[in-house]
Design a protein around this ligand. Structure first.
Ligand code: HEC
Ligand code: HEC
Ligand code: HEC
Ligand code: HEC
Ligand code: HEC
Ligand code: HEC
Length: 218
């Protein structure tokens, strides 16, 4: 009786063939994740074989969420005074393709690699897939961002005006200050820029190497 297995041929051979024999596309990424390049599928997937293709939803990944990543990467990256919401949700794959991709670090969208770059929405498609572009494009706003002085949008001023990228001020996973703000970043000449923030009820004040202490009030 063949009632419990709808794919007898594939099921029989899934135990005998290597994973990539039937899933070759995982091995042809421009920037592969090293364990995938090494064909070590079982580092992350259960080797169910059999009718694994009927296992919908969790993709047979051995551990849920970020815990599979922390098998090999340091979980310290997710600790700090502020932690990015998708990181505290253990959702690494919202930004990284676990197998590899076409961009550095297999990011699912564009993100400038340097601390300075001319602004374009497409250049930040990773961040803008979750954050409203207005927070960075509108020169004046009363609500699109908290980083404003009155109506002057200080995000637009720095990111568009001064061509500073997010990483000039923010870490992406977790950070030692509020709002994912880093303590220090490096400018294009490799010079360390310190960034000491103090927050007030209606704004903040930043003391840094770029300019004398600057305060903003919403
Ligand atoms: C004999 C061919 C074959 C082999 C070998 C095989 N698979 Fe599959 N796999 C399939 C087919 C067919 C499907 C269903 C169609 C699809 O999703 O691509 C599938 C689906 C999957 C899915 C998606 C399941 C879901 O929840 O939708 C995962 C994950 C997967 N395979 C991983 C693996 C891993 C890991 C291995 C090695 C341990 C492996 N496969 C070996 C044929 C195979
Ligand atoms: C570093 C961990 C890791 C390795 C190594 C890995 N995978 Fe995966 N794989 C995942 C995760 C995590 C998901 C679930 C992705 C999601 O939720 O978007 C997944 C999903 C899948 C899926 C179903 C969804 C899709 O993207 O098609 C298939 C098929 C699959 N893996 C096959 C493979 C094969 C074949 C290999 C080896 C060549 C492999 N994986 C190696 C982590 C890994
Ligand atoms: C089996 C071990 C293993 C697992 C599990 C694993 N990785 Fe990796 N990963 C590596 C290795 C090895 C490298 C290359 C060395 C390095 O940069 O740490 C790497 C590199 C990376 C890089 C690129 C680092 C760089 O500097 O270019 C990213 C991003 C990454 N992994 C994300 C993930 C995510 C997200 C997960 C969970 C879905 C994960 N990894 C799970 C082994 C693993
Ligand atoms: C909001 C998007 C996002 C999420 C979510 C995310 N990452 Fe990243 N990750 C990035 C970006 C962007 C970089 C490149 C950092 C840079 O260029 O400064 C990166 C870099 C990395 C690197 C390379 C080393 C480093 O720290 O620069 C590893 C490893 C990594 N991520 C693993 C993970 C793991 C594990 C998770 C889940 C706990 C995760 N990432 C969640 C966006 C993300
Ligand atoms: C998968 C969705 C997602 C992506 C992609 C994403 N973020 Fe976020 N981010 C969130 C959510 C959700 C919050 C919390 C709500 C909010 O402040 O909008 C957040 C909050 C933030 C905060 C404020 C943190 C705090 O402590 O209040 C900063 C800064 C930030 N993100 C920067 C970035 C940068 C830089 C990128 C691109 C590398 C990025 N985000 C990409 C979802 C995302
Ligand atoms: C010059 C430093 C600087 C740069 C560059 C910068 N930010 Fe910010 N960002 C801040 C500060 C300061 C805050 C905190 C504002 C407050 O709440 O007082 C902030 C807050 C945020 C928030 C929380 C919501 C909000 O707008 O108030 C998000 C999301 C965010 N930044 C994303 C980004 C992204 C994405 C980039 C790159 C496109 C970026 N930032 C570039 C300094 C910066």
């Amino acid at each position: 009786m063949m009632i419990c297995n709808q794919f007898p041929a594939a099921a029989a051979s899934a135990n005998e063939k290597p994973c990539y024999a039937c899933h070759p596309s995982k091995l042809t990424k421009k920037v592969p994740h090293p364990p995938v390049a090494e064909k070590d599928c079982k580092a992350c997937h259960k080797s169910e074989g059999g009718n694994h293709q009927l296992q919908k939803g969790l993709y047979g990944v051995k551990k849920q969420g970020a815990s599979i990543c922390y098998d090999c990467h340091d979980a310290e990256m997710a600790k700090g005074k502020s932690v990015h919401a998708p990181v505290s949700d253990n959702d690494c794959v919202s930004c990284h393709d676990p197998h590899g991709g076409s961009r550095a670090r297999f990011l699912k969208g564009n993100y400038p690699a340097a601390s300075e770059a001319a602004f374009s929405e497409d250049g930040y498609s990773l961040c803008l897939s979750c954050h409203e572009p207005k927070a960075f494009t509108d020169d004046e706003t009363g609500s699109a961002t908290g980083f404003r002085d009155g109506k002057t949008n200080l995000h637009a001023l720095h990111v568009k005006g001064a061509a500073l990228t997010c990483k000039a001020c923010h870490n992406v996973h977790a950070a030692p200050q509020q709002k994912l703000l880093s303590n220090a970043s490096k400018n294009k000449n490799g010079v360390e820029i310190l960034l000491n923030m103090t927050f007030s009820a209606s704004g903040g004040s930043c003391k840094m190497t770029c300019h004398s202490p600057a305060t903003y009030n919403r």
